[in-house]
Design a protein around this ligand. Structure first.
Ligand SMILES: [Zn+2]
Length: 269
């Protein structure tokens, strides 16, 4: 919580009734694991990224999450990040990610103010990141879709800019977080079908609206991951998301695939 910019923290504080509980989970992985038991979650990917302009996070999030998941690395999967344009030494930052055994990198275009394919426009740091991710089997997640934080720029949220990345780095697993919600679901669906290395994360999409956004979800289920975006603003409760998802009119095997199997194929137990 100390790493937030005051305005971003204020937005979260306003939108979250159980702010104190979440602060406690940030301090104590033991408390969070207990919460996972209570809501019925075996494993969780804990999303962190670097966004000094909008949220306040710097690359210190990487050491933080690496320490945090030590409590139970089988159940807590670390996601860290780096900032392609603001990094002073991108090679050192990439090495830190590898040394800490971070298991996913999140790039947040609307908060980092760049396009995923900006390595084609001179942001060479992005290429360094993707090469390292590809060579070391680390998936890269892009935030796709809008963001309401002050200073976020939403044109960067269009998933189409990940198309170049999928073409140029065919062995790198690319996860489109939030499926381009709410403006670009068609683009996300196309990219999933077009590229074997592109995956969908359904976090941030209310489960009740999921089939409205992705009516052909079953076709891409083998590359779709369940997630919630909790404790992000607008996601009150993991347990409720899980039960709403389980209530969807999908085949049981499709639900099992999205709830667990896809994630197991990316991060084997
Ligand atoms: Zn996101």
């Amino acid at each position: 919580m100390e790493m937030f910019r005051p305005d971003a923290l204020e937005l979260i504080r306003r939108k979250r009734h159980n702010f104190d509980q979440i602060s406690e989970f940030c301090r104590s992985p033991k408390a969070f694991l207990k919460h996972m038991d209570a809501v019925g979650l075996d494993r969780g990917v804990l999303i962190n990224y670097v966004a000094p302009e909008v949220i306040g996070f710097t690359s210190e999030v990487n050491q933080w999450i690496a320490d945090y998941v030590k409590e139970n690395p089988a159940r807590l999967i670390s996601c860290g990040g780096l900032h392609p344009r603001q990094s002073h030494n991108i090679l050192a930052d990439v090495e830190q990610i590898l040394r800490l055994k971070i298991r996913m990198i999140k790039i947040h275009p609307p908060h980092q103010l760049l396009f995923p394919n900006d390595y084609l426009n001179g942001v060479k740091e992005l290429e360094v990141i993707y090469r390292a991710a590809e060579a070391n089997g680390i998936p890269v997640m892009f935030h796709t879709g809008t963001s309401i934080f002050q200073g976020a720029r939403n044109r960067y949220g269009d998933p189409i800019f990940a198309d170049d990345v999928a073409v140029d780095f065919p062995k790198m697993k690319i996860i489109l977080a939030h499926g381009g919600r709410p403006l670009w679901m068609h683009t996300a669906f196309f990219l999933l079908r077009r590229h074997p290395n592109v995956y969908l994360d359904i976090s941030g999409i209310p489960p009740k609206a999921l089939l409205k956004y992705f009516p052909r979800l079953e076709e891409i289920a083998h590359k779709t991951l369940f997630g919630t975006d909790w404790p992000g603003p607008g996601v009150p409760d993991i347990k409720k998301n899980l039960s709403d998802f389980r209530a969807l009119p999908l085949k049981e095997e499709v639900k099992q695939q999205i709830l667990g199997k896809t994630a197991l194929s990316i991060w084997p137990a």
